[in-house]
Design a protein around this ligand. Structure first.
Ligand SMILES: Nc1nc2c(c(=O)[nH]1)N[C@H]1C(S)=C(S)[C@@H](COP(=O)(O)OP(=O)(O)OC[C@H]3O[C@@H](n4cnc5c(N)ncnc54)[C@H](O)[C@@H]3O)O[C@H]1N2
Ligand code: MOO
Ligand SMILES: [Mg+2]
Length: 581
């Protein structure tokens, strides 16, 4: 927790005329944004080494967490801020100065002439900035991501350090700043500004907005296509079966020979190439799936025959009697009778299932062109969250269960996800985490931070920092009231953001009802079937109890108690619709 920050402007000019100081106020503004709960002290002093040293020491010794100086870092005779800083600090942090210099050099070669120093005295971090407002803005952006972490390290705030490490692990560095001001907690709205939207309207909005998701195609190995939507039809290039094949184990015959005794000239098992043509009065022993020899036009199953003569050792059948006169094409699968050449095997828009995939494989296709799914990122928000893999639970913390649950739920529906980790309830960290997620994905599914608490920041951050359009911010639904759906332009592309409530039950239900539907729509699949009314029962989540009520156009509400069931009414019919999704 940062309690005090000091901003010292070191400049003879500004000391004489405070109105000339523009870099000091800028640093103070940054500090206020970053540490809204801290006391910010500002001071303007002349370029006097001893005076600078004294002020630095005083601030450090009075438990100031961070001292930022501006001015006096150049080559002029009176520029002595770095010397004064070096005299005060116990440890130098050269990489801060190097980072500032490296970034500044990209903007101006004049950066070579700045001698900024950064270092630590006891538990205070001191950083020198150049004296111009522009330089302060540029340099502050460089150090912004590390300041909080550096202070936490100095304060030995293990909890803070740990969670920053977690954030860093997922790349949530705070190079962004937020336009959301959380300092004026008393001024936050006491009534939600977001209208309550009926579920039917929410679904209409989702279908309309997600329906505009730009189609794209992927060529995917067949065995990865289950449940995917065909983008390009496939046409059979071969007949199936590719030859006249026996449907039975028996004897291939000529139908014109009728019933009676035949000489068994040869035998054909499945996989054997056909032999020379049959002559009248002859037959060939044949297995199911074997090719008929030329001349044969029917098969007589073994049950309809009688052995007439065989070799002495019983190894060779010589003659059989056909008991029932066969018809032409009896028990024969003619070439192409299953799938004639040129048949459309799957058409655009088909959702691939096992039989279709088998048929495609049988026709010799290894890949299918399918509709691309959107890339989906999942992000958990909350100061109280820690990764489930962490052994020890920190005080007042819980393990993040939502991310795992949603990942699996979406996988159940055919959508893989990108884990974007856990982000703390801070506007800057949210901006960083959301930016990172939007860079990696088309759709972002967040949980937490969408209700009325002063640290429920998702909606304000989306609106103020991402210029998002909020399609809805509250639903006429329980669980799931604060569910949010927004779109924004990010790096020139429309991105779709779902803010689900943090409560795991709400997150699950809303993911199913809202996110799965949205992903299906943009993946080219129809929205889930119209929901049937019924009850969701806590005792058997996927089971619907029958309700006596007829269909209603009302928003999800609990209907009358189910008449002939022991399941207690638990939740709304919209939740039961989840089972239909
Ligand atoms: N004054 C009001 N307070 C609340 C309202 C309201 O209308 N007015 N709505 C309530 C409803 S309904 C819900 S639902 C929750 C939604 O809260 P948030 O979306 O802001 O979520 P959080 O406050 O961050 O967390 C709520 C709850 O869930 C736990 N949580 C959060 N993330 C996870 C996770 N990844 N894994 C497991 N558990 C998680 C969190 O610890 C909280 O206990 O707001 C009500 N309040
Ligand atoms: O609507 Mo909240 O999502 O009740 O739990
Ligand atoms: Mg909340």
């Amino acid at each position: 927790m940062v309690k005090a920050v000091a901003i010292i402007t070191v400049s003879d000019t500004c000391y004489k005329d405070h109105s000339k100081d523009t870099s000091g106020p800028k640093l103070a503004e940054f500090a206020r944004e970053m540490f809204p709960e801290a006391n910010i002290h500002t001071l303007i002093i002349p370029d006097e080494k001893e005076l600078i040293e004294r002020e630095l020491r005083d601030y450090c010794d009075s438990n100031t967490d961070l001292v930022l100086t501006t001015g006096g870092t150049g080559l002029a005779y009176r520029d002595v801020t770095p010397e004064a800083t070096k005299a005060v600090i116990q440890k130098e942090v050269p990489a801060i100065s190097i980072a500032i210099a490296t970034e500044s050099l990209k903007k101006t070669p004049m950066a070579m002439l700045s001698r900024s120093v950064a270092g630590v005295r006891d538990k205070t971090l001191i950083i020198n900035f150049p004296g111009s407002k522009k330089a302060v803005i540029e340099c502050f952006e460089v150090v912004r991501p590390v300041i909080s972490h550096a202070i936490s390290l100095l304060q030995n705030d293990t909890q803070e350090v740990r969670s920053i490490h977690d954030s860093l692990q997922f790349g949530h560095t705070c190079t962004h700043h937020s336009n959301v001001d959380i300092s004026k907690v008393a001024l936050r709205p006491r009534v939600s500004p977001y209208p309550m939207v009926e579920m039917s309207e929410a679904w209409r909005i989702i279908d309309e907005v997600m329906g505009k998701w730009p189609e794209h195609f992927e060529i995917v190995p067949l065995d990865q296509c289950l449940g995917r939507v065909v983008a390009q039809p496939l046409t059979a290039m071969e007949p199936m079966p590719p030859f006249n094949a026996s449907v039975k184990d028996g004897y291939a015959c000529m139908s014109l020979d009728g019933a009676g005794v035949r000489r068994v000239r040869t035998s054909l098992m499945a996989g054997d190439p056909p032999t020379t043509p049959l002559m009248p009065g002859e037959c060939a022993r044949i297995n199911t799936g074997a090719p008929l020899p030329a001349g044969a036009d029917c098969v007589v199953q073994v049950e309809d025959t009688k052995l007439v003569s065989a070799s002495d050792d019983g190894k060779v059948e010589l003659e059989v009697e056909i008991l029932v006169a066969p018809k032409k094409h009896q028990d024969v699968r003619l070439i192409g009778s299953d799938i004639p050449m040129g048949t459309v095997l799957v058409k655009k828009g088909d959702i691939l299932d096992a039989p279709q995939m088998g048929m495609i494989a049988g026709a010799g296709f290894q890949n299918v062109t399918i509709r691309g799914n959107p890339k989906v990122a999942i992000l958990s928000t909350g100061n109280e969250l820690q990764e489930p893999s962490e052994k020890k639970l920190r005080p007042a913390h819980i393990r993040d269960s939502n991310k795992t649950m949603l990942k699996i739920l979406l996988r159940e529906h055919g959508f893989e996800t990108i884990d974007c980790g856990i982000v703390r309830d801070s506007p800057e960290q949210l901006v960083a985490a959301i930016s990172e997620a939007l860079r990696r994905a088309d759709v972002l599914v967040c949980t937490g931070g969408v209700s009325m608490g002063e640290r429920d920041l998702l909606k304000p951050v989306l609106l103020k920092d991402f210029g998002a359009t909020l399609h809805f911010g509250r639903l006429q639904m329980k669980p799931g009231k604060p569910t949010t759906f927004a779109t924004c332009l990010y790096e020139g592309k429309t991105k779709y953001i779902f803010g689900l409530p943090g409560n795991p039950v709400s997150a699950y239900v809303c993911c199913l009802l809202v996110v799965v539907r949205a992903l299906r729509v943009c993946g080219g699949r129809a929205a889930p079937r119209r929901r049937r009314r019924g009850r969701a029962c806590a005792c058997a989540p996927a089971r619907r109890c029958r309700s006596t009520r007829g269909p209603s156009t009302r928003a999800p509400r609990c209907a009358s108690p189910p008449p002939a069931t022991t399941c207690p009414p638990r939740t709304s019919s919209a939740a039961s619709a989840a089972a239909d999704c």
